[in-house]
Ligand binder design. Structure first.
Ligand code: GLC
Length: 612
């Protein structure tokens, strides 16, 4: 085991040292880092080291077609960590083998940003359990082959973190870990070029601290203080926190808000080259101490900005990234019934190297930002501002033929910009149909919901569901009664898991049973068919109908095509895949993949049975 550490260190030492010196030019801090890497490696539990070896030998272990994720807040899902351990059977029933535990580290409830304001990186929130509970949970998950993901919020700490408290008292050593300014001059210079993340709920990028007589940089909420990575002490300590958490049995580290971690005056303070240096170092540090651990980068940006976070084949950075533009474009397609932009977006993604692994999702704990390819939409006569307005109106249920329900997020009166919040089922029309007791509309909404999942499962990468979406949970408006949440509409789609509803998953007459059962079928197919592996060829096929998307997948002789009808009308996909007889993997029927009729909000997974 000791040898493995030396071997891994040797492999990366020179590059790591080079990059470290480039940023910090500090030999003694680098030496300290290396010593700590050794101690974290020595402290790593035997079972985890065995897993590291296994994964190192099978580097593609996470790119298989059996991967399915689910994300949830621990308290909403099962009360606390022990509760989650008691629900592993349910997760297995959901075919899930990857769980993202939403932020669970110590935070002050009145200032928590859903846990993204961390007060102590080495303490679990008391109501959720202890570090021992986390270790017990990760070990129990590993026994069932379930991987555990957690957030590593490295851009900022909470103002309640001990560093922040000391900085606030004027301790220079700690002030230098953040961005402190005695007057408005430099902050105003930053404000001239740095956009705002929360323009309505937390305008500006600085917060005045009257007691400290200083401004502090706060890109997100005023209580989330940006860390200064120009200080090597910050980098080293945060890497120790990362390794400490990895050693608790975490398999996937989601690097929160990663594009923001380096700041330079006169820039947008996003995606700067130093961010990539840091992520690359983090990747090497992980490979040296805990090679079984994956990095998932949270880069909510346009494709050109996202892809560089994979690094290069020789110098990789993140293992996985969110397929965020595809997600937003999917909802644009739902609202417009026009697949053109989505097809173009998928063509871009499909042309990327197969080593790049995307995390696919229909929605997550955050809002849906309308980051679409407006250059292309412009050619269709759609302006950015008016189209965003249309999408927001549509999903609130005001415009077009919409059955959606949900709320705006950070509507900015100046730019006219707003993002959107809602659960998948509510956005698909289930909420409206249920409240109007309209059985026909309910079935239509369920069909749309399931079709969207079927399409999402067809994409290359790892699909991740938000807990509750597997049973069609609706928006939860109760956040408005909680003063700590009322101003943040993202809580509308972060409601508690309804276990009473989950009890109906076997009853095919209920919304829960319909959605759960149909998704289960799709998940079984995805697991069984090798054409769903991430490295399969994937491409789009012209259908000559604006509302119908067709995706092909091919791997080692197996070919599957997926056809998805984004409209509420029965249609024909005018495809000409006349190369054999296909089997509909859902119904078992045999057919030719030529001019295929497809019902409203319907879909097919067609597998080629014989080649002609
Ligand atoms: C990420 C999280 C989001 C949070 C922000 C600040 O974007 O997904 O929920 O508000 O980071 O940490």
């Amino acid at each position: 085991m000791k040898n493995s550490f030396q071997r891994r260190l040797q492999r990366h030492h020179d590059e790591l040292r080079w990059l470290y010196m480039e940023l910090y030019d500090n030999d003694s801090m680098f030496a300290e880092l290396c010593e700590h890497l050794k101690s974290f490696s020595d402290e790593r539990d035997k079972a985890l080291r065995l897993l590291d070896d296994k994964r190192e030998a099978a580097a593609d272990w996470y790119k298989q077609n059996d991967m399915l994720g689910m994300m949830f807040y621990i308290d909403n899902f099962a009360g606390n960590m022990k509760g989650v351990e008691g629900k592993l059977d349910y997760l297995e029933k959901c075919n899930v083998n990857y769980i993202h535990l939403m932020p669970f580290l110590d935070t002050v409830p009145e200032r928590s940003d859903g846990g993204y304001a961390v007060a102590d990186f080495r303490k679990v929130q008391e109501k959720l359990g202890t570090m021992e509970d986390l270790e017990s949970l990760t070990a129990a998950c590993h026994e069932k082959g379930i991987n555990v993901c957690m957030d590593f919020v490295m851009n900022h700490t909470s103002q309640d973190h001990e560093w922040a408290k000391k900085a606030r008292q004027g301790d220079g050593e700690y002030m230098s870990r953040y961005f402190f300014f005695a007057d408005r001059e430099i902050p105003s210079q930053y404000e001239a070029t740095v956009p705002q993340v929360f323009p309505t709920t937390a305008p500006g990028n600085f917060t005045w601290l009257p007691d400290a007589g200083h401004f502090v940089m706060t890109s997100f909420y005023p209580y989330q203080w940006d860390l200064n990575y120009k200080n090597p002490r910050v980098f080293n300590e945060m890497m120790y926190n990362f390794l400490y958490l990895a050693n608790k049995g975490i398999d996937i580290i989601r690097i929160d808000a990663v594009p923001y971690i380096w700041k330079e005056l006169g820039t947008q303070c996003r995606n700067l080259p130093q961010v990539h240096t840091i992520v690359r170092m983090m990747r090497m540090i992980g490979e040296i101490v805990c090679p079984g651990v994956l990095l998932l980068g949270e880069v909510v940006m346009e494709p050109e900005k996202v892809v560089p976070y994979f690094g290069t084949v020789e110098k990789p950075e993140c293992h996985m990234l969110y397929n965020v533009t595809t997600m937003a474009t999917t909802w644009h397609t739902v609202a417009t019934r026009d697949v053109k932009l989505l097809k173009k977006q998928l063509d871009i993604v499909n042309a990327l190297p197969k080593d790049y692994l995307f995390l696919n999702y229909l929605r997550c704990h955050d809002d849906i930002g309308w980051g679409l390819d407006y250059g292309t939409l412009w050619l269709e006569g759609m302006g950015e501002r008016s189209h965003k307005q249309y999408l927001n109106d549509y999903f609130q249920g005001y415009a077009g033929d919409s059955n959606s329900r949900g709320e705006l997020y950070n509507a900015d009166p100046v730019t006219g910009d707003a993002r959107f919040c809602g659960t998948t089922a509510s956005m698909c029309g289930v909420e409206k149909a249920v409240s109007e007791q309209d059985a026909q509309a309910e079935e239509k909404a369920v069909r749309l919901d399931v079709m969207l999942h079927a399409y999402m499962f067809m994409l290359s990468g790892i699909p991740v569901l938000y807990s509750g979406d597997e049973i069609g949970q609706l928006n939860d408006y109760s956040y408005k009664d909680d003063p700590n949440k009322a101003a943040d509409s993202r809580y509308i789609h972060r409601g508690a898991m309804d276990w009473k509803k989950a009890g109906r998953i076997s009853d095919k007459d209920t919304v829960e049973g319909k959605i759960f059962g149909r998704l289960d079928r799709l998940e079984q197919i995805r697991k069984a068919e090798k054409a769903f592996v991430a490295e399969a060829d994937a491409w789009t096929i012209e259908t000559w109908d604006a509302s119908i998307l067709c995706i092909g997948r091919y791997f080692e002789g197996d070919k599957i095509i997926g056809i998805f009808n984004f409209s509420e009308f029965d249609k024909t996909a005018w495809i000409k895949e006349d190369d054999g007889i296909y089997e509909d993997l859902i119904s078992g029927a045999e057919l030719k993949a030529v001019d295929v009729s497809i019902p409203a909000y319907g879909f097919y997974y067609l597998k080629r049975k014989s080649i002609s």
